[in-house]
Ligand binder design. Structure first.
Ligand code: TXA
Ligand code: MG
Length: 336
C-alpha cells in the first residue's frame, strides 16, 4: 500500500499518473470525494471490480456507485436519461447526489449486483475530479472501508480499515460533507424516491423537479421500495451506540460516579458542566446539520480508537435537514 499526499488546490500529475496506471491494470485506488473516501476500480473491468468486493468483504448483492467526470459520461452508462436526470445533473453535479437509472448493457453485472439499474455520480472533490479526468475511466467506488464498518473521512481511516488490500491511497485531507451521497431512484422519473438521505435533500430535489419526492422506508405515507444496502446494520462504530433524549441523559448523569469507558455526543448549544463528570468523554457536536455531518464519522473513529465501549448520542433536533445524519445514527444503533 502506498499513500500519496495530493494537494486539492493543485493535484499533481505524478500522483494522478500513478493512480491511472494502477486503475488501468485492474488495481484499486482509494481517493477522496467530498462525502467520504471511495475505493475505486475501473468500472468496466469485471476482475477489477471483483477486487473491491474482496477488499471490503462486501456481499455480492450490494451494488456499487459509478463515478464519472461529467454528466455526458454518466448518461453513457444509462439506457435512458430523462429530462429529470438532466435537470438534476445541471443543478447538483458535481456534488453529493447519486442517480439510479436503467443501466446500459456495457455496465457489468458485478457493478450493479445484477440489477437492471446503475447508480451514477459526478463527485465535486477536486482530487476525485482530477483523477476521473486523468484516467478517463468510469470508477466504481463504494466507501473505502471494510463492509459494515464506519465510512472513512480521512486517508488515515482508509489505511486503518483496508491496509494492504488497497494498492494506492490518495490523501486529499478530510472530506467536507462527511456523510455519503444522497441516492435517488429515478427509474420512474415522475416518482423519484430517496433511497439514502444525504446532503442534497428530498425538498431540494422536489423543488427543482416540481414533483413530490418519496423516501424509501421513511415516514408514514412514503413508499418502501427494495433498496439493496439499506437494510443491514451499517455505518457503525465498534462501540455500542444508543440515542438518548434529555431525560435519558439526566438518568445517566444520576448514576454513581466511576470510571467508565463510555462517551456522550452532545450538541454544542446544550453542553453543561454537569455532563462533564458523568461520562468518560463528552464530545461537543456542531449545532448545524452540515457541521454535525462533517465531523460525525471522525468523532466515532476516534472513540473506537480510544477503546470506548459505549457511545450515547443526544437525540437530534427535529426537521428534514437532519435526515441524513439521523439515518446514519439510526443505522449505527442496529445490532442485528
Ligand atoms: O458518497 C458516496 O456515495 C460514496 C462516495 C465514495 O461516492 N459512496 C458510497 O458507496 O457511499 P457505498 O457503496 O458505500 O454505498 C452505495 C449505496 C448502497 O446503499 C447501494 O445499495 C446503493 O448505493 N446503490 C448503488 N447502486 C444502486 C442501484 N442500482 N440501485 C439501488 N441502490 C443502489
Ligand atoms: Mg459504504
Amino acid at each position: 500500500m502506498t499513500l500519496l499526499t495530493v494537494d486539492p488546490t493543485n493535484p499533481d500529475d505524478a500522483a494522478l499518473g500513478r493512480a491511472t496506471e494502477v486503475l488501468r491494470h485492474g488495481g484499486l485506488v482509494a481517493f477522496p470525494t467530498e462525502t467520504v473516501y471511495g475505493l475505486g476500480a475501473h468500472a468496466l473491468d469485471t476482475a477489477a471490480v471483483e477486487r473491491i468486493y474482496e477488499a471490503k468483504g462486501r456481499p455480492a448483492w450490494n451494488p456499487l456507485i459509478v463515478h464519472v467526470a461529467n454528466a455526458g459520461a454518466a448518461r453513457a452508462l444509462t439506457a435512458s436519461w430523462p429530462r429529470e436526470a438532466e435537470l438534476l445533473a445541471v443543478h447538483f453535479w458535481p456534488g453529493p447526489l447519486t442517480l439510479v437509472l436503467p443501466r446500459d448493457p456495457a455496465v457489468p453485472d458485478i457493478v450493479t449486483a445484477g440489477l437492471d439499474s446503475v447508480g451514477v455520480r459526478v463527485p465535486s472533490h477536486p482530487v476525485a475530479l482530477a483523477l476521473l479526468r486523468a484516467c478517463g475511466l468510469p470508477l466504481a467506488a463504494p466507501s473505502a472501508n471494510r463492509s459494515n464498518e464506519l465510512s472513512p473521512t480521512t486517508a488515515q481511516h482508509v489505511v486503518k480499515s483496508l491496509g494492504s488490500a488497497v494498492e494506492l491511497v490518495l490523501d486529499g485531507g478530510a472530506t467536507s460533507v462527511g456523510i455519503e451521497s444522497t441516492v435517488l431512484d429515478l427509474r420512474d422519473p415522475a416518482h423519484p424516491v430517496v433511497l439514502r438521505p444525504g446532503a442534497v435533500s428530498a425538498a431540494d430535489i422536489a423543488e427543482l423537479l416540481g414533483v413530490p419526492v418519496l423516501r424509501a422506508g421513511g415516514a408514514e405515507g412514503d413508499v418502501a421500495r427494495p433498496s439493496p444496502g439499506m437494510t443491514e446494520r451499517h455505518y457503525s462504530p465498534r462501540a455500542a451506540l444508543r440515542l438518548v433524549d434529555d431525560d435519558g441523559i439526566a438518568t445517566l448523569v444520576r448514576r454513581d460516579a466511576g470510571v467508565r469507558n463510555e462517551a456522550l455526543l452532545v450538541m454544542q448549544s446544550t453542553i453543561s458542566q454537569g455532563l462533564m463528570g458523568a461520562f468518560g468523554r463528552v464530545e461537543t457536536m456542531p449545532d448545524s446539520p452540515e457541521g454535525y455531518a462533517r465531523v460525525l464519522y471522525a468523532r466515532l473513529h476516534a472513540l473506537d480508537d480510544a477503546g470506548v465501549t459505549d457511545i450515547y448520542v443526544q437525540q437530534l433536533p427535529d426537521g428534514a435537514a437532519w435526515d441524513g445524519v439521523r439515518d446514519r445514527l439510526a443505522r449505527a444503533t442496529r445490532h442485528d
